[in-house]
Design a binder for this molecule. Structure first.
Ligand code: GAP
Length: 446
């Protein structure tokens, strides 16, 4: 009965749902859009915030050895020299069309002809992915700065500030969520690859002898996080990178991949960055970035195990995985209503709207009572009030955005002060006293 549809079709449906229901809009739409940029609508921003909160809580609360940071997007360009991002390490080989000036990735290099206008292509050259800007009133070489290409560099350059101010001993971690920018040559697949995106990165500082042990630990831990928030195990895999795939900073790495409609693709990278970052920042800044071993009294550069997830990619993963289509709809026998065709079976903690409240009809006395219930709940849970269309249509609207609970106020409510609470997944309906609603919902949404 349940049908995910074929791949492109499924992505088209998800893109359309996102636009129609206020998850994700094409950016600058009234001006014809802006290449591969997207805006999160009212439901999208709630979903992404819930994902970021779930990640933050996991890092900060669960482990007890990880602290947070929010560093600047604009930083000294020297950081990007030291990190290797301004040199060959962070570049794609591109060929440029002599006629239309478009650039194409390595895949096209060698074909000689531009796939867009048939013009002649130059030989492959390396193009850096850093986004350049100018700081201050003068646009000259001295004022060039870069939008950060990964959030973690802000963590490395604050390593001693954080360690000293928080009196931390290794192993410990620093977590950060924030925007990153890359001049991607081939963005695409909706929000999967964009030029502006958000990362959720955690850098774990360890003794060099323990790096492999912690890499293994974090690989398991991070894979489990996606499962614990409902991603189906069969759609996830951990793939160790081959030597020739490793980023310039990486000694050993694995990707957490998800089976998207467009293939198995990376959602998160877990890297053993060794001493690459701290050693290079120490060299370029002239400031000590070592750590004193209390037992031996010797200084050493801690090694870094990094977990690097995309907030946008995670949001897309959760949306794709939650999307279910029921052909023929579902039937609620008690009310013989043909129900929704699309259900977003998001984990309840991630759902953008937790509770929807409906009056059975638009009769004044029912609306009034329903609004009272809505006002009671809206301060605790993201809630919606809806009185338009049949109850079936209203259920369908909520299923489509993944709302876990729908509450109906009917004429009985006026007598017994109880409402019907319907569960998105089981479709079970329970009669609950209004004064017990808050407790009933918080137990199930916690
Ligand atoms: N600090 C390490 C680092 O940035 P990465 O593998 O280049 O590693 C980590 O990126 C994660 O950031 C990816 O797994 C992905 O989720 C997200 N990401 C990277 N580039 C992206 C892009 N162009 N669009 C959306 N997300 C991106």
């Amino acid at each position: 009965m349940e049908n995910k549809g074929n791949s492109n079709n499924l992505m088209d449906k998800i893109v359309s749902l996102c636009k129609r229901r206020g998850f994700v809009f094409p950016s600058s739409e009234i001006y014809g859009g802006f290449a591969s940029s997207y805006d999160y609508g009212p439901l999208g921003v709630e979903l992404k915030n819930n994902i970021k909160k779930a990640w933050w809580d996991e890092m900060i609360k669960k482990h007890g050895t990880i602290v947070g940071l929010d560093s600047a997007i604009l930083m000294s360009p020297k950081i990007w020299e030291a990190s290797g991002h301004l040199t060959a390490g962070f570049a794609d080989v591109m060929a440029e069309c002599k006629k239309c000036q478009r650039r194409f990735r390595e895949d096209y290099v060698g074909e000689g002809k531009c796939p867009e206008c048939d013009g002649e292509l130059t030989k492959g050259r390396k193009f850096n992915l850093m986004m350049k800007t100018f700081v201050g009133p003068v646009e000259d070489k001295a004022s060039i700065a870069y939008l950060r290409a990964e959030t973690c560099q802000g963590i490395y350059v604050n390593f001693q500030n954080v360690r000293e101010s928080m009196r931390l001993k290794i192993p410990f971690g620093i977590a950060q969520i924030g925007k990153a920018f890359r001049n991607e040559i081939t963005p695409g697949n909706f929000t999967y690859r964009t030029r502006e995106f958000e990362q959720m990165e955690m850098q774990f500082f360890v003794h060099p002898k323990e790096a492999d042990k912690w890499l293994d630990f974090w690989m398991k831990e991070r894979l489990q996080w996606y499962v614990s928030y409902g991603i189906k195990k069969e759609n996830l895999r951990l793939r160790e990178q081959k030597k020739d795939e490793l980023a310039h900073y990486s000694k050993r790495a694995a990707d957490i991949e998800y089976k998207f409609p467009f293939g198995w693709k990376e959602v998160e990278g877990i890297h053993n960055r060794g001493d690459w970052d701290l050693k290079n920042h120490e060299k370029h800044s002239g400031k000590k970035l070592s750590y004193r071993d209390e037992e031996t009294g010797r200084d050493f550069i801690p090694h870094i195990i990094e977990t690097s997830a995309g907030a946008d990619r995670s949001a897309l993963t959760f949306l794709v995985d939650a999307y279910e289509e029921i052909s023929g709809g579902r039937t609620v026998t008690t009310q013989s209503i043909k129900e929704s065709e699309v259900i977003l079976k998001l984990n309840k903690k991630l759902s953008p709207v937790k509770v929807a409240v409906f009056p059975l009809s638009k009769k004044e006395e029912l609306s009034q009572k329903t609004k009272k219930v809505f006002n009671l709940l809206k301060v605790r849970f993201e809630s919606q009030y809806d009185e338009t269309g049949s109850i079936g249509k209203r259920y369908r609207r909520q299923d489509e955005i993944g709302t876990p609970y729908c509450i109906t106020v009917d004429f009985e409510t006026l007598k017994d002060n109880a409402v019907t609470v319907r569960d998105r997944d089981t479709m079970k309906q329970n009669r609950i006293k209004i004064e017990e609603l808050e407790k009933y919902l918080s137990e199930r949404l916690a």
